[in-house]
Write a protein that binds this ligand. Structure first.
Ligand SMILES: C[S@@+](CC[C@H](N)C(=O)[O-])C[C@H]1O[C@@H](n2cnc3c(N)ncnc32)[C@H](O)[C@@H]1O
Length: 221
């Protein structure tokens, strides 16, 4: 399926999911605490934070008002909720397979959490996100790690759902593919940890996240 068709289907899926997303997510996710700890450490004062695939904006909506939050997502209904909950934030419809618009400015912190499972070219997407970081800026991303010997990991892409969303894949990346993509994006790893991401109730499995804390080089490249 063409990327554009897949993204349209995914956007429709998340449009419908938007009103119930936070209440459902609370019960199935395992990474919220790690994100909040990262934000406490990395975000201060009048920092600028970009939340990629922000959904309804719940990960960054409670940051202090002095913090400039910009979120983007492909699903307009998600963005509408985000705008309502943090009216002084800025929320845009955008696909991370495309470069981040220059007009949004540069950011101290970029998040891409719970969303890169839909990215079909990790190197390209990390480079797009890295392009929005100021030198020395930080990025926290979750990537579904592929371990070929583990159940459900035999293929690099598998349907997100067999019942709800035909033709839309989730993408898994081996550790080697992740490090290659990080390098290609010109990012420096600060830390890596494997952590359960969320409960895939249909497949009865915890999706395994690689959580990377990354940094943009301090000198311009
Ligand atoms: C599982 S939700 C994650 C929301 C939030 N970041 C979190 O961790 O709870 C995935 C979000 O990624 C968005 N998304 C999927 N593909 C995207 C793309 N190519 N560009 C931007 N957002 C995308 C979806 O619309 C959805 O809102």
């Amino acid at each position: 399926m063409k990327r554009s068709t897949r993204i349209e289907r995914l956007a429709e899926y998340y449009e419908d999911f938007a009103p119930d997303y936070v209440s459902t997510w609370k019960d199935i996710q395992h990474y919220d605490k790690l994100v909040r700890a990262f934000l406490r450490e990395a975000v201060a004062g009048e920092a600028r934070v970009l939340d990629a695939g922000c959904g309804p904006g719940h990960l960054t909506r409670d940051l202090p008002p002095s913090v400039d939050v910009v979120g983007f997502d492909i699903a307009e209904a998600m963005l509408a909720i985000a705008r309502k909950k943090r009216p002084h934030g800025a929320y845009h419809q955008h696909d991370y397979h495309l470069p981040i618009p220059r007009a949004w400015g540069r950011f101290d912190v970029v998040l891409a959490l719970g969303t890169l499972e839909f990215c079909d070219d990790l190197g390209l997407v990390l480079a797009n996100l890295a392009g929005a970081l100021r030198p020395g800026g930080r990025m926290l991303v979750s990537i579904v790690e592929r371990r070929p010997h583990v159940r459900m990991h035999q293929r690099a892409a598998r349907p997100l759902s067999d019942v709800e969303l035909s033709g839309v894949s989730m993408y898994l990346y081996t550790f080697a593919e992740q490090t290659e993509a990080i390098q290609r994006a010109g990012l420096l790893p600060r830390s890596y940890r494997l952590h359960p991401g969320w409960r895939h109730t249909e497949y009865d499995v915890d999706v395994l996240y690689a959580l990377w804390d990354l940094e943009a080089p301090r000198r311009s490249r």
